[in-house]
Design a protein around this ligand. Structure first.
Ligand code: PGA
Length: 241
């Protein structure tokens, strides 16, 4: 199984020209990288304008709607992503849960349609600082997984679903989860999710990236802020392999 390094650009950059620049710098630099699969998740509006080459660079979306078509103003259908040859889609990112009140039930509906469309969902789960302090991390993660995967058979999600453990208190804070702590969580998740690839996300940078793979045992990374700087993102990739 190849390591997966996912760039979540969030609502950045602010122009197509900049998005192309960033994308092309990464594309050029990773030409000879064979051991890692890299997925760039730009805002929807840039997806059709970023051209993939022949290497292991892929595109992903940051969200999707749970219906395939119809009167849903502002939403994007999984069929539209499929049509653009998008392979991955982030589902349930904590920023969507927080700012758009996305629930596990909505995430469950999205996962069902995404798996049906044969896109690869990257399901984000993670606890808040308050939950962590109250010793509820495992309980929260278990509940998020159970609700998100409700009525989806293991057969269905075994091959295509990816999980990203992203402790909310570590996202965008410059306060990453210690690899030892992350490893404990990973071992817990492994009891529930046996085979799927599990990634770590939350203040990943070129200094700590390798630790999550080598010391903690994750099979990939979800990188936010640091993926907006081409040089730093490339360093993360190089330091990981
Ligand atoms: P960060 O974001 O790397 O900026 O902490 C990670 C994420 O939200 O996926």
């Amino acid at each position: 199984m190849k390591l997966l390094i996912v760039a979540n650009w969030k609502m950045n950059p602010q122009s197509l020209a900049e998005a192309k620049r960033l994308f092309n710098s990464v594309k050029k630099e990773i030409k000879n990288v064979k051991k890692v699969k890299i997925v760039i998740c730009p805002p929807f509006v840039y997806l059709a304008n970023l051209k993939l080459g022949k290497n292991d660079l892929r595109l992903g979306a940051q969200d999707v709607f749970w219906e395939e078509k119809g009167a849903y103003t502002g939403q994007i259908s999984p069929l539209m992503l499929k049509d653009l040859a998008i392979e991955y889609v982030i589902i349930g990112h904590s920023e969507r849960r927080k700012y758009l009140s996305e629930t596990d039930e909505m995430i469950n509906k999205k996962l069902k349609v995404v798996l049906k469309t044969k896109l690869k969902p990257i399901l984000c789960i993670g606890e808040t600082e308050k939950e962590k302090k109250a010793g509820q991390t495992e309980k929260v993660l278990k509940s998020q997984l159970e609700k998100s995967l409700k009525n989806i058979s293991r057969d269905k999600f075994q091959s295509n679903l990816l999980i990203a453990y992203e402790p909310i208190w570590a996202i965008g804070t410059g306060n990453p989860c210690h690899p030892k702590e992350a490893k404990k969580v990973l071992l817990f998740l492994r009891k529930i999710i046996k085979k799927n690839q599990i990634l770590y996300g939350g203040s990943v940078n070129s200094e700590n990236a390798r630790d999550y793979i080598e010391k903690a045992g994750f099979q990939g990374l979800l990188v936010g802020g640091a993926s907006l700087n081409a040089q730093e993102f490339i360093k993360i990739i190089r330091n990981t392999i």
